[in-house]
Design a protein around this ligand. Structure first.
Ligand code: ARG
Length: 400
């Protein structure tokens, strides 16, 4: 029987050339799988057809949007996942859902190998391969760009020689990866970290410096899940899409940063993630109101570890599942509303309320109606400071 390879297909030059390249190198039949994670842009049907035109024996498009929102973006939101305290894991979240479906497609189509178009310098190769191995450890993985000398020049030559239907003029000078959780832009003139980003780079966000009226939005959560916007019930996917529009129109969620990749290099990245940043901001604010002090303090370290695991390609790891069990438990009372003002590139909370609130007006007020018994404070403070006082007395004794 002819060998079969499942290829992660994007519709771009590299993966289009990879179809014939893999067939020539391995003698295998190539089955293309294109994942729709809300990257927008090109029509997915055209992408499906292009794979066939480039020589694939089968070509499928998988609509992963709802699964991506519910099972990947939502856990990231509940974990307030921001790598290096800024980057909301846009690409790092989409790779595991794609990897899972590549592995399932390989099993379904009787392929023993999965192929992807990543280079050897990025994080995405790690996320794909570790993810595929975690779902189907028996599969082999090949990466023509990384492993068999499929450079860009050779790819263009190959496409010309074979008359592949690839429009080179449509190619962007940047490497862009996007889905509805955000958009990542790298390479080109951005490789010099001193070069400022230009307005042209952005497509999810408007220029925050342009004067416009602010947009106030109320986001409601039940147990840490966004369930309504301005009182209208929404799914997680709908919440992300609506906030991408509204926060994007106010220039919210632009990032320009130098980031530590898993392979050890620092890279310059420009991101825009208006919906993700608005949702995470609102969620953090509601946690401040509803989560008990020690759980809230402890959760920060869990969030950081969770985020680094996912960034580093370990979505399908026992530790990520265990940390998610903690996050789930922490979300039990994260129920209420946050009013955000979207304006001038910022999403700022201006109001919070909810049935999960731990804020007690009578304990907090400095006005009449105060129920806080201040006579308890004196003894508490003395005992709290007792170890420090004892240590200070020792210093005084030894100094004599
Ligand atoms: N550096 C980011 C990450 O590792 C973005 C990667 C974007 N991928 C791409 N092929 N442009 O998550």
């Amino acid at each position: 029987m002819t060998k079969r390879v499942v290829l992660a297909y994007s519709g771009g030059l590299d993966t289009s050339v990879a179809i014939g390249w893999i067939a020539a190198e391995t003698g295998a039949e190539v089955i293309c799988v294109a994942a729709d994670v809300g990257q927008g842009g090109e029509d997915m049907n055209e992408i499906r057809q292009r794979a066939l035109d480039c020589g694939a024996v089968e070509s499928v498009v998988l609509d992963l949007k709802t699964e991506f929102a519910q099972d990947f973006c939502l856990p990231a939101l509940r974990a307030n996942a921001l790598y290096l305290e800024r980057y909301p894991l846009v690409s790092a979240l989409s790779r595991p859902v794609i990897a899972k479906h590549l592995a399932l497609a390989a099993q379904k189509f009787g392929a023993d190998t999965v192929a992807h178009g990543c280079t050897g310098k990025g994080n995405d190769q790690v996320r794909f391969e570790v993810g595929i191995g975690a779902i189907a450890p028996e599969l082999d993985v090949i990466a023509p760009v990384r492993d068999s000398g499929m450079t860009r020049d050779k790819a263009i030559q190959f496409a010309e020689d074979k008359g592949l239907p690839i429009d080179q003029s449509k190619r962007s000078p940047y490497s862009v990866d996007q889905n509805f959780w955000g958009r990542a832009v790298e390479t080109g003139f951005l490789e010099d970290p001193w070069n400022a980003p230009i307005e042209d780079l952005y497509s999810y966000t408007s220029d925050p410096a342009v004067a416009r009226e602010p947009d106030d939005v109320v986001i409601s959560f039940v147990d840490g899940v966004p369930t309504a916007i301005d009182g209208r019930p929404v799914t997680v996917l709908e919440a992300i899409l609506e906030l991408n529009k509204r926060a994007g129109a106010q220039g919210v969620g632009r990032l320009d940063m130098v980031e530590d990749r898993l392979v050890g290099i620092k890279s310059r990245e420009v991101y825009e993630a208006p919906g993700a940043i608005a949702l995470i901001t609102a969620h953090q604010e509601l946690e401040d109101l509803t989560v008990e002090r020690d759980v809230r303090r402890f959760k920060f370290s869990v969030e950081q570890r969770w985020t680094e695991l996912v960034y580093d390609g370990l979505w399908f790891s026992p530790l990520r599942s265990a940390l998610d069990a903690f996050v789930d438990s922490s979300q039990r009372h994260v129920t209420g509303d946050i009013r955000l003002r979207l304006h001038g590139g910022k999403a700022v909370a201006t109001g919070r309320r909810g049935e999960g609130s731990l804020y007690d007006f009578e304990l907090a007020t400095y006005d009449t109606g105060d129920t806080f018994d201040q006579t308890l404070a004196k003894g508490f403070v003395q005992l709290w400071g007792l170890p420090s006082r004892i240590a200070a007395r020792r210093e005084q004794r030894l100094a004599k």
